[in-house]
Design a protein around this ligand. Structure first.
Ligand code: COA
Length: 116
């Protein structure tokens, strides 16, 4: 029987620095980091939260860094964020949950994944 494991990842983003980088990088950087589905709300705070969530998923699943377009962060109608992983991973994912918050100029996200 395969072993079930809990994996976690966390990331924190300085929203001001992130917005500055987006301004400097322009559309080219935006399209390297975010899928069209993630860009419905274009505020720096929202995008920083999505980026933190992508990094949290990368850490939990040990996916190669800079695989941002292979991780899609969506919002349920309630607003709750959800991750869809399009990357090849070496686990069978039983369940994955993410959470995002922003306050005091930072965005933070965590990811908890149950794998076998
Ligand atoms: C959801 C809620 C906890 C957000 O708290 P907040 O202190 O205003 O904001 P935070 O910075 O902590 O979190 C914001 C992030 O929470 C996430 N979020 C939004 N709605 C959520 C929900 N229902 N469940 C979990 N996470 C949620 C989003 O990622 C959001 O970021 P975004 O606005 O950039 O998309 C707050 O709005 C709340 O208590 N709402 C009432 C509960 C609710 O709406 N339940 C859903 C009923 S179906």
């Amino acid at each position: 029987m395969s072993q079930i494991k809990i994996l976690t990842g966390i990331d924190i983003v300085d929203i001001g620095r992130f917005e500055k980088a987006l301004k400097e990088g322009g559309e080219r950087l935006l399209s390297r980091m975010f899928l069209p589905s993630e860009r419905s709300k274009i505020s720096g705070q929202h995008l920083a939260g999505i980026f933190a969530a992508k990094e949290a998923v990368v850490k939990a699943l040990s996916i190669t860094r800079e695989s941002w377009l292979l991780i899609e962060i969506l919002n349920e109608p309630s607003g709750k964020p959800r991750a869809v992983v399009h990357a090849d991973i070496s686990y069978d994912v039983i369940g994955c949950d993410i959470s995002i918050a922003h306050d005091g100029g930072t965005a933070i996200a965590n990811c908890v994944v149950l794998v076998s």
